[in-house]
Structure formats: C-alpha cells, structure tokens
Design a protein around this ligand. Structure first.
Ligand code: NAP
Length: 267
C-alpha cells in the first residue's frame, strides 16, 4: 500500500481522501486546520491531523488541495519533506513553474479534477512537471483513476479545462434542474422529474462514451419526422442553447485566466 497525504481536506480534498481510503489500496493521511471537521474521514481509517509537515513526512505522494492563494505557502512549509516525492496540486490557476519554485526537490503534477470525485466519476486533466518519469506518471494515473477518468493535457490548456470540466458539474446540474422544472411544468411528480432528468443526462453520456457514436448521431436516432423530439429541438435551437453554452465556457475560461494573472502577478 502506498502512503498518500492530502493537505487541505476540504470539499475536493476530503472527497479524494474518502475514495482512496475506501479503495483499500492506499494508506491516507489528511490535514486541515479545523481537524475536528474530519471525523468522518477518521472513521474511514484516514489518519487526520492539523500538522501539514506530519502529512508530508508520512507520505510517498502528497496532494495539495488548499485554495489557490495558499498552495505556494503550504508547499514551502513542507518543501524539505517532499524531496524526490510526487506532489500533485489540484489548485486552480497555480502554474507548475511556481509550484516547482516553492518545492524544488519535488516531482510536481498539476491536476484539475471535478467534484464528481465524490462518486468516482471525475474527469481529471493533469500536466506533468519536468522531473516526472514514466514510472511516476503511471503511479499518478493509477491514483487519479481511483477517482474517475484521468487524461494528460498541455499545461497551457488548464484554464480552458478548469472552465469546461472543472466547472462543468455546475452547468450540468443547471441542465438537470431546467429539465426537472420542465417536467414539473408538464405535470410530472417532483421526484420523478428530477430522477428522470438526471438519468437521462447519465444515460446519454454513457451512450456517447460506450458506443462511440457522435452526439449528432445519437440525436438522429431519437428524431422522427414531424415527431415530438424535433418539436423540442426546434425551441432549443431557437433559444441558442449551443451558443449559450459556448459563451459560458468561453467566459469562464477568460475569468480563469484573469484569476491566474492576478494570482501570479509579479512572478
Ligand atoms: N471544489 C471543486 O469543485 C474543485 C474542483 C477542482 C479543483 N479544485 C481546487 O481544489 C482546491 C480546494 O478547493 P475546495 O473547493 O475543496 O475548497 P475548500 O472546501 O475551502 O477546501 C480547502 C481546505 O483547505 C483547508 N486549509 C486552509 N488552510 C490550510 C492550511 N494552511 N493547511 C492545511 N489546510 C488548510 C481548509 O480547512 P481549514 O480552514 O480547517 O484549514 C479547507 O477545508 C482549490 O485550490 C480549488 O481550485 C476545486
């Protein structure tokens, strides 16, 4: 069993700790300052502490999951204890160069998961720092795949990834809510409306992923001439749903770049 440390066991860090501990393949130690908030993790067999250095000293791989503006300070605090170790930062907007400067001896990976880590269905993109060899990368992929899918991406695309798959659960939750509202409008019982909307999103994504059919093809399979679906599609197209989504992701990417610029000013 490998030892994994998670510094900043908040929303995403706790979800990662839970998934790794429950797999039985990783020994997990996690920290945050309000350590009493980690009772649930402790019950799952995660060692919990408020001491980040204790986490680093007892781990082969360290995950940094504090807010972006704290990532560098936390890394500096443990720098001497992570020499030769893999450090995965999930902090948005903090570049590998800056992480490397904070812990020069560490093998840095920058990753962007999403909140679906909670159900082992994250889409996680990662970029490798300069010192990672293929064995290290295999370990990183093995660890990230405990939480869902993991794919490498050029670091320069990380702001776009943050805006698409990082923020994505919020967009899809909005879609599920909109579909459920629609269900209520046409008289479906509330629970049924939410459940059928969520399963429809889930099933369509699964169909795309497993059949390899293009989304346009999936749509064609449902569209009958003069049928009900084309009636619905007509209004979706009229409302500009595609451009709305494109504008949303483009705006979120722009915002991610602005935040990164502000955070890294003066470097
Ligand atoms: N939420 C997402 O969907 C998501 C997705 C992808 C990436 N991320 C990235 O994940 C990181 C965390 O986001 P989050 O949403 O999980 O935030 P969060 O819930 O606020 O978690 C951050 C945790 O860090 C702890 N912390 C603060 N200072 C610390 C310190 N000095 N040492 C140790 N722990 C400390 C905080 O707990 P205490 O106050 O008790 O210390 C808090 O629980 C961010 O960098 C974000 O960009 C988040």
């Amino acid at each position: 069993m490998r030892n994994v440390g998670i510094i900043g066991a908040g929303q995403i860090g706790s979800a990662m700790a839970k998934v790794l501990a429950e797999s039985g393949r990783w020994s997990v130690i996690a920290s945050r300052r309000k350590v009493h908030e980690l009772e649930e993790l402790r019950r799952l067999g995660v060692r919990v502490t408020s001491d980040n250095r204790e986490v680093a000293a007892n781990s082969d791989i360290v995950i940094i999951a504090v807010k972006p503006y704290k990532a560098v300070d936390v890394l500096k605090e443990i720098s001497d204890l992570v020499e030769g170790k893999i450090v995965i930062s999930v902090a948005a907007a903090v570049p590998i160069k800056k992480l490397k400067a904070a812990a020069p001896g560490a093998k840095i990976v920058r990753a962007m998961p999403n909140i679906a880590v909670m159900v082992k269905a994250s889409f996680t993109a990662y970029s490798k720092g300069p010192d990672l060899d293929s064995k290290d990368e295999a370990v990183v992929v093995q660890l990230l795949r405990e939480m869902g899918e993991a794919h490498e991406v050029d670091e320069e695309l990380m702001d776009a990834v943050t805006a698409l798959s990082g923020s994505g659960p919020a967009y899809i939750a909005t879609l599920i809510e909109a579909m459920a509202y629609a269900g209520l409008k046409v008289g479906l019982p509330r629970d049924f409306a939410y459940l059928s909307s969520a399963y429809t999103v889930f099933g369509t994504a699964k169909l795309y992923l497993e059949s390899g059919r293009h989304p346009a093809e999936i749509k064609e399979m449902v569209l009958t001439p003069a049928g009900t679906t084309i009636e619905g599609i007509f209004y979706l197209e009229e409302s500009g749903i595609r451009t709305a989504v494109m504008k949303a992701v483009e705006a979120a990417t722009k915002r991610a770049k602005e935040i990164a610029k502000k955070l890294n000013e003066g470097d």
